[in-house]
Write a protein of this length. Structure first.
Length: 450
């Protein structure tokens, strides 16, 4: 049997997770149809234009379309009928009360229910709280045609991809978790991942973990919550370093040399943002309290993170004796480098606070300015966008770095210094070398650094 012809896949939702997943699976040889409800986005993708920036994605999209293994469905119902594995990758935004809004998952469930023309394996991949898979299963069952005997399983296969390195995390996974409660679902998902493990040269027994649906839902949240707590921990250490004239970068490096701690996620700064960590932390706290578990450890990690932007703007105000009437160059708007995504980015509260306090801002980001302008439209002279970090800094009283893009490390600082009104750099990501910046004649301040 040629298994490669056996598994037809539909990916519902072509966003930051869905599109790389769909294209990755197509590149591994599976026929994949993308189902996208946003017609404009669907048109862009079908023409070969990814609707967001992710390194390598445009090439992979072109390859997928040219090979015919990836297509954007003109008729979503037909695509769902044609596929056996239906992967749900829709958005689950945070509600006001901290819980996750699952309405897009519910809608996907209804579309699936309309198209149950044979056995379907529905794979819940959207980041969603514990219980979402069961809710999807019940929703599909309830919406299926009366009298029909729908045959389907709901499994969970969380995506651990990180924006900016999404393709690398897809093609070189450190783990694949299959959360499924039926042997048929486990067999299908294992087979779907077989070419991935072969290509990555990873032994299945070291990479693949098969467990229950509910356990898998906890795994995804626990992973992201742990990373968030690690960042908040080092940020508190940074505060202590600042108070005691120690250097958090050296502390992080030294504690990270202990393999039990490991070096990743020990970069102090203005806090974690993005569509996953902040949302997952609050959803995990919410789910825990719904089940009578007081996850106060995470509550504190969240509180620490929420305080970071105000601490940063406070430090800037102190350095400038107030920001009112000052011109500030803001370098970096996305929540991390190599993405245009500014969702829940620390830049949002920082820019809001500086504008509120009367500063004039010159914003720059290599990729995120278009998205950021939807939140903060240009409004000269108080808010303008610059086409280079240097032009943002022209005549400014300070440069603040909010995202550690490589572009900022390569700015020629000695030639920038005389073009600024006041040579202050406040590095919210500790991405510049303090000694080199000071040698160039700047007053340099990082986070938790001497
Ligand atoms: C995260 C998880 O890492 C990934 O496994 C999951 O699938 C989705 O959520 P992502 O949101 O792309 O990925 O970003 P990540 O690299 O985790 O960074 C999150 C935030 O933490 C960023 O704002 C980043 O700047 C910040 N961060 C990260 C720090 O402040 N310090 C660090 O040491 C690491």
């Amino acid at each position: 049997m040629d298994e490669q012809d056996e598994i037809r896949i539909a990916v519902i939702g072509l966003g930051y997770v869905g599109l790389p997943t769909a294209l990755g699976l197509a590149d591994l040889g599976w026929p994949v149809a993308g189902v996208e409800i946003d017609e404009k986005k669907a048109r862009f993708i079908a023409k070969g234009d990814p609707p967001f920036y992710e390194p390598g994605l445009a090439d992979l999209l072109r390859r997928g379309l040219d090979s015919g293994r990836f297509s954007v469905a003109d008729d979503p119902d037909a695509a769902l009928q044609d596929a056996t594995v239906l992967i749900v990758c829709v958005g689950t935004p945070r509600r006001e009360d901290g819980g996750a809004d699952l309405s897009q998952i519910d809608l996907a469930g209804q579309a699936i229910a309309r198209n149950l023309n044979g056995y379907k394996l529905v794979v819940q991949k959207s980041t969603a709280p514990v219980g979402a898979a069961e809710r999807l299963r019940k929703g599909i069952g309830a919406a299926a045609q009366p009298g029909a005997q729908p045959e389907f399983d709901v499994a969970v296969n969380p995506e651990f991809l990180t924006e900016g390195t999404a393709l690398d995390t897809f093609f070189n996974p450190d783990r694949i978790i299959i959360g499924a409660d039926s042997p048929r679902a486990v067999a299908l998902l294992s087979e779907m991942h077989r070419p991935l493990l072969e290509r990555a040269g990873k032994p299945p027994e070291e990479t693949l973990l098969v467990t229950g649906v509910g356990t898998t839902e906890i795994i995804k949240h626990a992973s992201n919550a742990f990373l968030a707590a690690k960042v908040s921990f080092i940020n508190m250490v940074a505060d202590l370093c600042e108070a005691t004239n120690a250097d958090v970068a050296d502390v992080a490096r030294a504690i990270g040399m202990d393999p039990r701690i490991a070096p990743a996620f020990l970069k102090a700064g203005i806090g974690f943002g993005g569509s996953c960590l902040p949302k997952d932390v609050s959803a995990f706290i919410h789910v825990a309290s719904e089940h009578g578990v007081d996850f106060s450890l995470l509550r504190e990690a969240e509180r620490v993170n929420l305080r970071r932007p105000a601490q940063f703007t406070g430090a800037l105000a102190q350095a400038l004796s107030g920001v009112g009437g000052k011109t500030i160059a803001v370098w970096g708007l996305s929540f991390k480098p190599r993405t245009d995504d500014a969702r829940d980015a620390p830049s949002i509260p920082i820019v809001s606070a500086l504008l509120r306090d009367g500063a004039s801002l010159r914003l720059h980001d290599p990729q995120a300015m278009r998205e950021f302008q939807t939140l903060f439209p240009p409004n000269p002279p108080s808010l303008a966008y610059a086409d280079s970090p240097e032009s943002a800094a022209e005549g400014a009283d300070a440069v603040v770095i909010l995202t550690e893009w490589d572009d900022y490390r390569s700015v020629d600082l000695p030639s920038l210094r005389p073009r600024m009104a006041n040579p202050l750099i406040l590095d919210g990501r500790n991405c510049l070398d303090p000694a080199a910046v000071r040698r160039a004649g700047f007053d340099y301040r990082g986070v938790g650094r001497r």
